[in-house]
Design a protein around this ligand. Structure first.
Ligand code: MZP
Length: 511
């Protein structure tokens, strides 16, 4: 006979946190939101941490290069989707890694005999207003000068003039030499009041550029998630079908973490995949496994010895219809609580700590807070990021309101049969497990996260926690009755505030 579990499948909306003692010195802006993404071995530190406990879903309508850049700047991590060919996924990973290394390869270059007219066209096309002038017009050629949009007047100067007549010649260009540190380069920019510093090799060839605006940008984003070479971090999703080709390509492109993208990760296929990567790429590469929704699933992946973090969730995603279609899945809160309990017991037994990611179904900021309080080390979200300026889909106006398309990986549109199949067969989708929808456009990643993270920090202070680990340990939760959910809203008053409308449009209807 089938086993019937005690208790019902619970969702985040059924829980509330009870305040604990807040100390006088506690302030929301001093709360530490950094969190591990790699397994922590006894008496060791995490190999990889993120600064903000938020990652983006590996979905076509969510995680492209623009989102990857913006999210890393806020301290989180994007998982670039794997429902595309290996080369295009690796290219997106590369774009994020190349975005800002401090030392940037020059992709807009001129020759001295170009006309101003051609120069202006080039600046308009690329959007760059500072252009190195090299002998052969390439980004690695011998530098002969530097021209900026301050060096000519478009409506006064003769546009047939040559670049050579307007540029700052090499003898006067303040430049650095290959091998200089980023700090030294920024000091040169500061001392000489320049916006751009070309870096040259010993033959006078251009190797890279350093910009003042990148320095300022870095100072404005103190939480940026950077690798050892000061490049932004990015993750790559992989699947159980083609990891032998995909893993080498995305690692070569610079991916900082891998994550199996599967609606059901409690499979022998995933175990084999984890073991293969560990055996071939050693102990340093960060590997996420999942999704699981039970202690049994957690144990199975941990027994591989190779998994760094485990993702929890099945059927809770805003675009997901798996539970309706197949009758499989679990309420997200119940799944998370069971896996976290098992993780904590495993930690007590072995001293190994396995971070848990709560994936999908977070319907508002409160639920992000509850998921972290229940023991998730970080959360993965799709809809939240699909609604931002930086998601890779076009804006569409519907009845005067701006929307963005958002579709599940289990739709015919995404054709991500590798995520839903049995891990082996290459038969295309027989039925859909996701829907194709629209979500309101709500703002930039930075704007959205600012509010969300402020609420999180503020709740952590209510609970007397200075870090996410303390938050988990000190959290005391209660279940709520339907009546108390009603009580939580306003009662018998009429509100005319715009802010609540914005909140509602951010989070929509489901859950
Ligand atoms: P949400 O943040 O939009 O609620 O959920 C995003 C999560 O839903 C993803 O990270 C993934 O685990 C899951 N997902 C993606 N596509 C589908 C589908 O088509 C899906 N069913 O369930």
């Amino acid at each position: 006979m089938a086993t019937i579990l005690d208790g019902v499948s619970r969702t985040f909306g059924e829980f509330l946190l009870i305040p604990r003692l807040t100390r006088k010195e506690q302030r929301p802006d001093q709360v530490d939101l950094s969190t591990p993404l790699s397994a922590i071995e006894p008496n060791q530190l995490a190999r990889f941490k993120i600064n903000t406990p938020v990652v983006s879903a590996a979905m076509q309508s969510v995680s492209g290069s623009r989102l990857g850049i913006s999210l890393a700047r806020q301290g989180g991590l994007a998982f670039i989707f794997c429902s595309q060919d290996v080369a295009s996924q690796a290219e997106i990973v590369r774009q994020v890694k190349m975005h800002k290394a401090g030392f940037v390869s020059s992709d807009t270059n001129a020759t001295a005999d170009m006309s101003l007219r051609e120069m202006i066209e080039l600046m308009e096309k690329t959007g760059h207003s500072t252009v190195p002038v090299t002998e052969d017009g390439s980004g690695r050629g011998r530098l002969v000068g530097l021209i900026t949009d301050q060096d000519f007047w478009e409506f006064e100067d003769d546009l047939e003039n040559k670049v050579a007549q307007h540029m700052t010649p090499i003898e006067e260009v303040i430049h650095g030499h290959e091998g200089i540190t980023l700090r030294e380069a920024n000091q040169l920019l500061h001392r000489h009041k320049k916006n751009c510093l070309p870096i040259l090799d010993e033959k006078g060839n251009l190797t890279s550029l350093v910009f003042k605006k990148d320095y300022e940008d870095h100072m404005r984003h103190p939480n940026e998630l950077l690798d050892e070479s000061k490049r932004l971090c990015v993750g790559a999703a992989i699947n159980t079908h083609d990891y032998r080709e995909r893993v080498p390509a995305v690692l070569e492109a610079g991916a900082d973490a891998l994550c199996f993208d599967s609606s059901d990760g409690f499979t022998e296929f995933q175990k084999e995949g984890i073991e293969w990567i560990r055996a071939d790429y050693g102990p340093d590469v960060v590997i996420g496994g999942g999704n699981v929704v039970s202690a049994e699933g957690f144990d199975y992946l941990v027994e591989t010895g190779g998994v760094d973090f485990i993702k929890v969730g099945m059927g809770g995603g805003s675009i997901c219809i798996t539970r309706e279609q197949k009758g499989v899945g679990r309420g997200q809160a119940s799944a998370l609580l069971e896996v976290v309990e098992r993780r904590d017991a495993y930690y007590q037994e072995t001293g190994r700590y396995i971070p848990i990611c709560s994936d999908g179904g977070l319907a508002n900021d409160t639920q992000i807070v509850i998921a972290l309080a229940m023991g998730a080390d970080f959360v993965m979200m799709g809809r939240y990021f699909a609604m931002t300026e930086e998601s890779p889909t076009p804006k569409t106006s519907i009845n005067g309101q701006m929307y963005k398309p958002y579709w599940g990986e289990g739709t015919r549109r995404a054709q991500n049969w590798q995520r839903y199949g049995d891990g082996k067969s290459t038969r295309e989708m027989v039925f859909e497990e996701g829907v194709d929808a629209y979500v309101p456009l709500v703002g930039s990643v930075a704007e959205c996260l600012e509010t969300t993270l402020y609420k999180l920090r503020s709740t952590m202070v209510n609970v007397g926690a200075d870090s996410l680990a303390e938050f988990r340990d000190q959290a005391m939760l209660t279940m709520v009755s339907e009546q108390s959910v009603v009580e939580a809203g306003t009662s018998t008053v009429f509100q005319f505030t715009a802010s609540r409308d914005v909140e509602e449009s951010r989070w929509g209807e489901k859950n």
